[in-house]
Design a protein around this ligand. Structure first.
Ligand code: NOJ
Length: 633
C-alpha cells in the first residue's frame, strides 16, 4: 500500500506511478532524471507538494495515492507471442466528413462525397476508414455533440447513404469504423431534454445534475473548452456537468440503465456491419465518486481543473470490460480509444489482449514537445519525438499494439510544426510518412497528410469555426490581451487548421465544392492537391502509395521486431526484422543544411525508397531512406 510516507523512488516500482511521474515531467518540460536522483528519491511523498511548488498539491497527492493503490503493482499479462489481426496490419485513414468532399455543393462535405472518393482511397492502399461523427447533431462541436445516435446528420445525407457507403467500402475490401461519442451527448439529445423537463424522470440520473453551493457550481471543475464545467438550470435549481462545451453534457456511467441503453445503441450499429469504433475521450467515462474539487495547480498543465478525477477514473476498467462483453465481442468488432493523458503503463492495462478492454489506444504526448501545448508557438524538435518513439517501440508489451499518429481533426498540421521552410516541405512530409509506415504499430493517417497539407491562415475571429478556439479567444480577451494578441495565440493552435477542405484539385475551392465551403480553403490548393500529385511520380502521394505497397508485401514492416540501429541524437535509424526479412530505415530528423554522417554501414544494403532522388554519402535535411538487406527471400 502506498501512503504519504512512501518514498518517491517507490513510485517507479508501480506501473501507474511511472506513468504519472513521466506525465508530470513531460508536461512541465522537466528532465526525466529529476525523480531518479537518489536524494530526491528518498524523500517521502508527503513532501511532494513543497518539492513541486504545489504542482502536486495535497489534494492531488491523495488522489494519486488512491489511484496507485487501486491498480495492480505489476502487469500480470506479459504474453511473449504476437497474435495477428487485420487492424494490426491495416493502414487507417481518418475522414473528417464535413471537410472531405461535398457532393451536393452546399459547401459541406457529405457521405456521397466520401463514396465518390472510395476508389481513390483504395488505390492509395488504405485498408480501413475512420469516420469522424456523422450522427444527427446541432454541431456545436461539429458532430461530437450527438443529438440522435440512430440518425445521420442531415447535411451529410441519409441512413441509405450510410448503408451504401458501408457496402461499397466492404466491396472494395476496406473496413469502416465509426466515431463513438459516449462520454457525453448534446444537450439537445432526447435523454437530456427529458431530464431537464422532469426531475423525476429516469433520464435525470443519466447525467450529472447537482445542487450548487450557495449559488456557485457544485465543484471547481473547468471545461476543457474553458469556463466552468457546469451549466445552471434555474427551473431545477440544479447544475449539470459538461467537461467539453456547454452543449456537451456528461453522461453518468454509474447508472446501469444508461449503460444498457448505450450498449443497445452500439449493437444496432454493429448489427449493420460496421467494423468497429474509435471511442471519443473514453478514458473520461468514470469520475471520482462525489465529484470532489480538482487541483488548481494542474490547470496550467492539463488545461482544465478536475481532470485528475476523470482521466483514469475508478471504474474505467470495469466499464470497458463490461462494454466489450456486451457489445464488441459479440461481433468481433475492433476498438481504438482516445486517451489523452494515458501513459504507457496504463495503456498496457487498457489494451493488453488478455484483459479484454480495448484493442488500441491513442496517446497524444508525441503531438507536442515536453512542456508545450498546441497553442504555444514553437518549432517542434523531432529528436525528442525519437526518444518517445523509442520508449513505445521497446517498452510496450507484445500483447499490446501501438497506434502511430501525428495528425487528426484536433490538431494543427504536424508538418507545419516541424518546418516552415517551404523548400523542405516535401522531404518532411515524406519523412513522417516513412516513420508512420515503418515503425511497429498501426498507422492512422489524417486526410490531406498524403499530399502534405499544412496550416491555414486565420486572421480574424470570424474566420474561426472551432468552438474551443472561439472560447479561447474570448478568454484571452477577458484576461486582458489585445484582440491581435488573442488572435495570434488562437490562430497558432486552433483545430480549424486540420478542418479546412480537402485539396482535390486546383479549381475553385480546391475541387471540394462548387460553393463557398463552411470554412475557408487555403490558397495552398493551387499547388498542393490530389490531382497534380497523382500524376507526379515524385509526389508525396505516390511516395506514400509506394511505401504502403511495400509494407503490404513485407511482413517485417508490420510484425517484424524493432531494433534501434544507432544512437546519434539527430538521426533515427532502425531495423525491422522477421525471420529472413530485414529492413533498415534511416531518417535525418534535422532540417538545417548541415548534413549528417551515420555510423551504420549501409553500403551493402539495397536502397528501395528515398525522399531524395539522388544519392549522397551523408544524410541531407529530413532525408528518409529505406533499405532491404539481403534478398529477403
Ligand atoms: C475529442 C474529439 O476528438 C474532439 O474533437 C471533441 O471536441 C472532444 N473529444 C469532445 O467530444
Amino acid at each position: 500500500m502506498y501512503t504519504k510516507d512512501s518514498r518517491i523512488k517507490t513510485l517507479f516500482d508501480a506501473p501507474l506511478g511511472k506513468d504519472i511521474l513521466d506525465l508530470i515531467l513531460y508536461m512541465s518540460g522537466k528532465k526525466p532524471f529529476l525523480f531518479k536522483n537518489p536524494f530526491i528519491g528518498n524523500i517521502p511523498l508527503k513532501k511532494l507538494p513543497s518539492l513541486t511548488k504545489n504542482l502536486i498539491s495535497d489534494d492531488f497527492l491523495d488522489t494519486l495515492i488512491t489511484m496507485l493503490n487501486r491498480e495492480p503493482k505489476k502487469h500480470v499479462c506479459d504474453v511473449r507471442h504476437e497474435t495477428k489481426a487485420w487492424w494490426k496490419s491495416a493502414v487507417f485513414y481518418q475522414i473528417y466528413p464535413r471537410s472531405f468532399m461535398d457532393s451536393n455543393n452546399d459547401g459541406i462535405g457529405d457521405l456521397q462525397g466520401i463514396i465518390q472518393k472510395l476508389g481513390y482511397l483504395k488505390d492509395l492502399g488504405v485498408d480501413a476508414l475512420w469516420l469522424s461523427p456523422v450522427y444527427d447533431s446541432p454541431n456545436d462541436d461539429n458532430g461530437y455533440d450527438i443529438r440522435d445516435y440512430e440518425k445521420i446528420m442531415e447535411e451529410f445525407g441519409t441512413m441509405d447513404d450510410f448503408d451504401e457507403l458501408l457496402e461499397k467500402s466492404h466491396k472494395l475490401g476496406m473496413k469502416l469504423i465509426m466515431d463513438l461519442v459516449i462520454n457525453h451527448t448534446s444537450d439537445e439529445h432526447i435523454w437530456f431534454q427529458k431530464a431537464l423537463k422532469d426531475k423525476n424522470s429516469k433520464y435525470h440520473n443519466y447525467y450529472f445534475f447537482k445542487k450548487g453551493k450557495d449559488g456557485t457550481p457544485p465543484n471547481n471543475w473547468t471545461s476543457v473548452f474553458k469556463g466552468s464545467a457546469w451549466n445552471y438550470y434555474e427551473h431545477l435549481d440544479e447544475f449539470a456537468l459538461h467537461v467539453f462545451s456547454k452543449k456537451q453534457m456528461d453522461l453518468n456511467w454509474e447508472n446501469e440503465q444508461l449503460r444498457h441503453d448505450l450498449y443497445c445503441m452500439i449493437n444496432r450499429w454493429l448489427e449493420k456491419g460496421v467494423d468497429g469504433f474509435r471511442l471519443d475521450v473514453i478514458n473520461l467515462i468514470s469520475k471520482t465518486k462525489g465529484l470532489p474539487d480538482g487541483s488548481k495547480a494542474l490547470e496550467g498543465l492539463v488545461g482544465a481543473i478536475g481532470y485528475e478525477h476523470m482521466f483514469y477514473g475508478p471504474k474505467l476498467h470495469e466499464y470497458l470490460k463490461e462494454m466489450r462483453k456486451e457489445t464488441f465481442d459479440k461481433y468481433n468488432a475492433f476498438t481504438v480509444g482516445e486517451g489523452a493523458g494515458i501513459g504507457l503503463e496504463a495503456s498496457k492495462f487498457i489494451t493488453c489482449e488478455k484483459r479484454k478492454e480495448l484493442d488500441q489506444i491513442f496517446n497524444f504526448d508525441q503531438l507536442n514537445n515536453p512542456g508545450k501545448n498546441r497553442y504555444d508557438s514553437y518549432k517542434y524538435d523531432l529528436r525528442i519525438l525519437k526518444q518517445l518513439m523509442l520508449k513505445w517501440q521497446t517498452q510496450f508489451n507484445t500483447c499490446c499494439w501501438p497506434t502511430i499518429v501525428f495528425e487528426n481533426h484536433d490538431n494543427p498540421r504536424f508538418l507545419s510544426r516541424i518546418t516552415k521552410n517551404e523548400a523542405h516541405r516535401n522531404y518532411a512530409a515524406k519523412l513522417i510518412i516513412m516513420l508512420m509506415l515503418t515503425l511497429k504499430g498501426t498507422p492512422y493517417f489524417y486526410q490531406g497528410q498524403e499530399i502534405g497539407m499544412i496550416d491555414s491562415i486565420f486572421s480574424k475571429p470570424s474566420d474561426l469555426r472551432d468552438v474551443e478556439a472561439i472560447n479561447m479567444y474570448n478568454m484571452y480577451l477577458e484576461q486582458g490581451m489585445s484582440q491581435q494578441e488573442a488572435m495570434d495565440k488562437v490562430s497558432f493552435g486552433t483545430r480549424d487548421h486540420a478542418r479546412i477542405p480537402m485539396q482535390w484539385e486546383d479549381s475553385a475551392y480546391g475541387g471540394f465544392s462548387k460553393k463557398q465551403p463552411w470554412i475557408d480553403c487555403s490558397r495552398d490548393y493551387m499547388e498542393y492537391n490530389v490531382k497534380s500529385q497523382l500524376t507526379d511520380s515524385n509526389s508525396i502521394l505516390n511516395f506514400m502509395k509506394n511505401l504502403i505497397a511495400l509494407r503490404k508485401e513485407n511482413e517485417a514492416l508490420v510484425y517484424g521486431s524493432f531494433i534501434n540501429a544507432a544512437n546519434d541524437d539527430d538521426t533515427f535509424c532502425y531495423y525491422r526484422k522477421i525471420e529472413n526479412q530485414l529492413f533498415y530505415i534511416e531518417l535525418n530528423l534535422i532540417d538545417t543544411n548541415k548534413k549528417r554522417r551515420i555510423d551504420v554501414n549501409n553500403k551493402k544494403y539495397n536502397k528501395i525508397l528515398s525522399n531524395y532522388t539522388d544519392n549522397d554519402e551523408l544524410l541531407r535535411p529530413f532525408e528518409a531512406n529505406i533499405y532491404m538487406i539481403g534478398d529477403n527471400k
